[in-house]
Design a protein around this ligand. Structure first.
Ligand code: FAD
Length: 317
């Protein structure tokens, strides 16, 4: 079922959902299940599965280094299929422009359709590790909007090399990313919102936001989006702080501000166990305020460990 249908079906009740990052290659899907199992009691109608950019590895041979490309994690579509069949929920692969030609993207979309995946999140992806700027693959999509357009065309039966007659055409529901504190590369909030509007006009059905810690930023973002005519659901993304180092990493990677009261509490915490508890308590308060605002869904970035998301869900739902 489509995310938009899940939202419509609840008629105003806030849904619970979360995102997982596939574990490093070499692990087993049962480890992932063990992590997800504790969250299933909160009835997530959908689970997002991220996709990681390919990475460079350097192979030494005769004193010289040869640069090769590798992927560190198993494929997102396979994981989504296994989650759908194990839990009977909708699993949503994050599809990236970066690292994929349009043809490779088309094969991936064909797999998604074949496996009964109804939703996709269309993203540009970040620059590769060690690269300063995003460089699209040769023959790949450059911006998320290009990917949205490719998916929409496929929904209409138009493949890259011609139309294909099908009994059941794909009808993917498309999510895109939104940034309550602006995307790092955008020249202004207004410019970024215009780009978001373009993605929606190109066919995106809903927006999921980057994590934020100040709900006012989300409220302002939603108001500004509505003002320029973005009417689709805007799902807030929430990340519980879990370790002291998040004070440096999260602002650096995700381009966000943290409330001073939260910073002070974390700085004064005696160890990371205390920080995890602070993250849970903050997450509960943050979620309750968003719930009262009437958000369609509370979407948690679980990052591989579910105990804190479970504790927050227990305090909220
Ligand atoms: P876009 O919408 O393409 O925007 C990128 C930048 O270009 C923005 O600054 C925008 O303002 C600008 N822009 C857009 N269109 C144009 C245009 N036509 N001309 C000029 N400028 C333009 N990354 C991963 O690698 N894997 C994941 O699984 C993943 N999941 C994510 C989930 C969510 C909910 C979010 C919020 C982010 C996620 N990301 C993920 C990170 C994302 O890939 C990065 O933030 C990336 O830098 C931008 O992706 P985007 O889809 O927002 O890009």
């Amino acid at each position: 079922m489509k995310v938009t249908e899940h939202i419509e079906k609840t008629s105003g009740k806030t849904l619970f959902s979360f995102e997982i990052v596939p574990p490093q290659k070499g692990s087993n899907i049962n480890d992932l299940y063990a992590n997800i199992d504790p969250l299933m009691e909160f009835n997530p109608p959908f689970i997002d599965v991220t996709t990681s950019r390919e990475e460079y590895v350097y192979i030494e041979k005769d004193g010289l280094f040869d640069r090769k490309i590798t992927r560190m994690r198993p494929g997102t579509v396979g994981i989504c299929a296994s989650l759908q069949y194990k839990y009977g929920v909708d699993a949503i692969p994050h599809v990236l422009c970066g690292g994929f030609t349009k043809e490779e993207t088309e094969y991936l979309l064909v797999d998604c359709h074949y496996l009964g995946i109804d939703n996709l999140v269309a993203l540009r992806g970040d620059p590769m590790k060690g690269e300063k700027y995003f460089v699209p693959a040769k023959g790949g999509n450059t911006y998320a909007i290009d990917l949205v357009k490719q998916i929409k065309q496929m929904n209409e039966g138009q493949f890259l090399h011609g139309n294909v007659a099908m009994k059941n055409k794909p009808d993917f529901c498309i999510g895109v990313a939104g940034y309550p504190e602006k995307h790092i590369e955008a020249p202004s909030m207004e410019a970024d919102l215009k780009r978001l509007k373009e993605k929606v006009e190109a066919g995106a059905d809903y927006v999921v936001t980057q994590m934020f810690f100040d709900n006012q930023r989300y409220f302002k973002f939603v108001e500004a989006a509505r003002k320029i005519g973005i009417t689709v659901p805007i799902i807030p993304g929430i990340k519980p702080v879990a370790v002291k180092r998040h004070l440096q990493i999260l602002p650096q990677v995700f381009w966000l501000d943290m409330p001073q009261a939260l910073i002070t509490e974390i700085e004064n915490a005696k160890d990371n166990k205390a920080v995890r508890q602070i993250g849970i308590e903050f997450g509960i308060q943050q979620s309750k305020e968003l719930l009262n605002y009437g958000v369609p869904c509370l979407h948690y970035y679980s990052m591989g460990k579910s105990d804190n998301v479970k504790a927050i869900a227990e305090g909220v739902f």
